[in-house]
Design a protein around this ligand. Structure first.
Ligand code: NAP
Ligand code: G4F
Length: 370
């Protein structure tokens, strides 16, 4: 029988890639989505399956992390083998503007799910999307033994969830694992995170639709990886004999300025001609330097990222050039074709291919949720 998984945050960057990954592995996937007045399923439309079809393996359910009853009901009714908890108000800068909401969703939301699992009595395995932001001002490189020094309401809320997951493991014997993931990006990255903001701007400037790009702190350094490789490691954590906590990152850090320089030069532009600084993008407290020491994940999960920083920039710029209707430079597309598995290209074609191979192809099916 197919394993059953629930994904919170299935409409997000990671949730959409994880759904593709689990479907490719033969799982039955249940995603929790929020009601919105506009469509919020664009990252998963290409894998949507008509619930009337006898072979359907992807189901969507309304729910919100700020309300527990529905989450408990879903866990009780679906009795999943695995829950991947990715849903969150995931923007660090925004968390300074909506700290209470961020705590409610990113913190208490996790307790709601864990309580649902505990009360269901089933030995459901639980993945918590913890974050390198929790390290905050702790000196780099950071690993599982590094003390947490959070620098934002987002990080504080994630830390609450981290310890709640650990506590439910110790108190009730639940299988809960924390993935402490460093920044990971892709052509599906939200448009207001710095990498995607930059690659979209590069494409828009090339297309003569934009003349200037305003950013905040260019000196911050991040350990940036390629998102599809990170959803695979989430799954690996839940296939272990015992639950545990793992740092996941590339082990290489670059500044925002380096990312900007690399993205502009890839299309033959000098970033200094286009980039301005706007203090509204600065944070009250910044995280200066995140760099993963992921040796535990490498040893225990046999996980090693393939896509390098330079390649990541090329993948993202090519995708955004294509999105504005310009010809791609081409290196990014080539990297994906040559180096990574078939299910994580940026466009819908690969997932349609996945569905077609399983007799599931059904383009643009209207969902009940639309
Ligand atoms: P994302 O693209 O922002 O996706 C967040 C998801 O959470 C979306 O599906 C969103 O739904 C959903 N969501 C937000 N508020 C919700 C609520 N109140 N109830 C139910 N669902 C809600 O984030 P991501 O980059 O995929 O990251 C996935 C998870 O990993 C997040 O928890 C993030 O904090 C964590 N994380 C990310 C990174 C990274 O570098 N990407 C690193 C470490 C940890 P809508 O589509 O309706 O907005
Ligand atoms: O892209 P960012 O907004 O990502 P940030 O804050 O590192 O958070 C992301 O990664 C975390 C893992 O470490 C996740 F937990 C979290 O959910 C999210 O996915 O900012 C990266 C850096 C920061 O130092 C920021 O100050 O870029 C700097 N930056 C400079 N100008 C900017 C901008 N960030 C944004 N979003 N927009 C700017 O204009």
């Amino acid at each position: 029988m197919a394993k059953r998984a629930i994904i919170t945050g299935i409409t997000g960057q990671d949730g959409s890639y994880l759904a593709e990954f689990l479907l490719a592995k033969g799982y039955e996937v249940h995603g929790i989505i929020r009601r919105a007045s506009t469509f919020n399923t664009k990252r998963i439309d290409h894998i949507y399956q008509d619930p009337h079809s006898p072979n359907t393996r992807l189901y969507l359910h309304y729910g919100d992390l700020s309300s527990g009853d529905r989450l408990t009901d879903l866990i009780y009714d679906l009795q999943p083998e695995e829950v991947y908890h990715l849903g969150a108000q995931s923007h660090v800068k925004v968390s300074f503007e909506v700290p209470v909401y961020t705590g409610e969703v990113n913190g208490i939301g996790t307790t709601r799910l864990l309580e649902g699992i505990r009360r269901s009595g089933k030995d459901t395995r639980f993945y918590q999307a913890s974050s390198s932001e929790m390290f905050g001002s702790a000196p780099a490189p950071q690993n599982e033994a590094t003390p947490f020094r959070p620098r934002s309401p987002y990080a504080a809320a994630k830390l609450y969830s981290f310890w709640t997951a650990v506590n439910f493991r110790e108190a009730y014997g639940l299988f809960t694992s924390n993935g402490i993931l460093f920044n990971h990006e892709s052509p599906r990255r939200g448009e207001t995170f710095v990498t995607r903001k930059v690659t979209r701007a590069v494409a828009a400037i090339r297309a003569k639709k934009q003349t200037k790009l305003y950013l905040g702190n260019l000196a911050a350094r991040r350990d940036w990886g390629y998102a599809p490789e990170y959803v695979e490691v989430m799954w690996r954590m839940l296939q272990q004999e015992k639950p545990n906590d793992y740092v996941v990152g590339t082990g290489e850090a670059h500044s925002v300025e380096e990312f900007v320089g690399e993205a502009f030069s890839y299309v033959g532009l000098d970033w200094k001609d286009y980039v301005g600084i706007d203090s509204r993008y600065l944070r009250p407290t910044e995280v200066d330097f995140l760099l993963a020491d992921a040796s535990k994940a490498r040893q225990e999960l046999n996980w090693k990222p393939q896509v390098t920083f330079r390649q990541l920039v090329r993948i993202m710029v090519d995708a955004d050039l294509e999105a504005v209707g310009l010809p791609v430079v081409g290196e990014g597309k080539k990297i994906l074709e040559a180096r990574v598995s078939h299910w994580h290209h940026w466009d819908a074609a690969v997932s349609s291919a996945l569905q077609a191979s399983e007799g599931q192809a059904g383009d643009n099916v209207t969902t009940e949720t639309k």
